[in-house]
Design a protein around this ligand. Structure first.
Ligand SMILES: [Zn+2]
Length: 289
């Protein structure tokens, strides 16, 4: 009984310690959060024309890399067991998303559906809503599409959408939402002539209407918005959990180990705390809210 109590107190102490490690990005400091995602791969009824697995892998790697920078840790829960949806009805350029988004839905993850190779460029991506727990991507055009659609799932609107003005201040006129205006990352078409964007236009923003090869950033306000919404537990409670995993690196002890986590504890770990932290890492799929 004594040992059990000790373990419990150690657990509580470590939780308190780790909860003091907060993630800073944007204008507000947030706790890190894990978000579980589940991947579906759509092909014809004969199993052909599904997207290559290495394409899915690289898209998912990029997705994780991008959101890592904002303390949103994408947890792909079925990389070795991708759900195969072999159905001609969905292996088309513009499937019936309302029905597709019910196919093998995962109640504890955001569902990502990769379109078949029959869905070339008519539709790049489609989020179920804003916010949403499901999205579809073509997958073959740009990995930035997946980042963009996931941001819709995390409650972001397009930068040119009036509804984004509650958290963005630099927004351009609605015309910028018409992608036919965009020529490249620095110029737009007006009449017959290409004209440089005014400085208020952020062509690199993932939520702008710029060409996908231009996109590589969220604004601090957008980052805060996503984090703020993820903290609203009611909508995301089944897919997100607070992140308490850690990466241990202790040069003094010559100890370096990745326990499946993300928070650096350089030079903080002792032999004792290494043991204690391993007791709680990695977090399981249970929500900690
Ligand atoms: Zn969009």
């Amino acid at each position: 009984m004594l040992t059990l109590n000790k373990s419990f107190y150690v657990f509580v102490i470590i939780i308190l310690f780790l909860s003091g490690l907060i993630y800073a990005e944007g204008t507000i400091e947030w706790d890190a959060v894990n978000v579980r995602v589940y991947v579906h791969r759509i092909s014809d009824s004969n199993g052909e024309y599904g997207k290559p697995y290495n394409l899915i892998d690289s898209q998912m790697d990029n997705l994780k890399d991008v959101y890592d920078d904002f303390g949103i840790y994408i947890q792909w829960i079925n990389p070795e067991d991708i759900d195969e949806i072999m159905d001609d009805a969905y292996a088309v350029p513009h499937p019936d998303f309302d029905n597709l988004f019910q196919v093998n839905r995962q109640p504890n993850a955001i569902d990502i559906y990769f379109g078949s190779t029959h869905s070339p460029t008519v539709k790049l991506g489609w989020a179920g809503d804003i916010p949403s727990l499901k999205l579809w991507v073509n997958g073959s055009v740009s990995e930035n599409v997946l980042v963009h659609e996931m941001a819709h799932c995390f409650w972001l609107y397009h930068t040119y959408d009036d509804r984004s003005r509650e958290y963005e201040t630099y927004l351009p006129h609605d015309d910028w939402g018409n992608s036919s205006y965009w020529l490249n990352c620095t110029e737009y078409q007006f009449g017959n002539n290409p004209i440089e964007y005014p400085p208020t236009i952020i062509a690199t923003n993932y939520m702008s209407a710029s060409p996908y090869y231009c996109k590589d950033s969220f604004s601090p306000d957008q980052s805060d918005r996503m984090r703020f919404r993820l903290e609203e537990k009611s909508f995301y409670q089944n897919v997100a959990s607070e992140c308490i995993t850690v990466t241990l690196k202790n040069s003094t002890l010559g100890f370096s180990d990745n326990l499946g986590g993300y928070l650096g504890l350089d030079d903080y770990a002792t032999a004792a705390s290494v043991y204690m932290i391993t007791l709680i890492s990695p977090p399981d799929q249970t929500s900690l809210w």
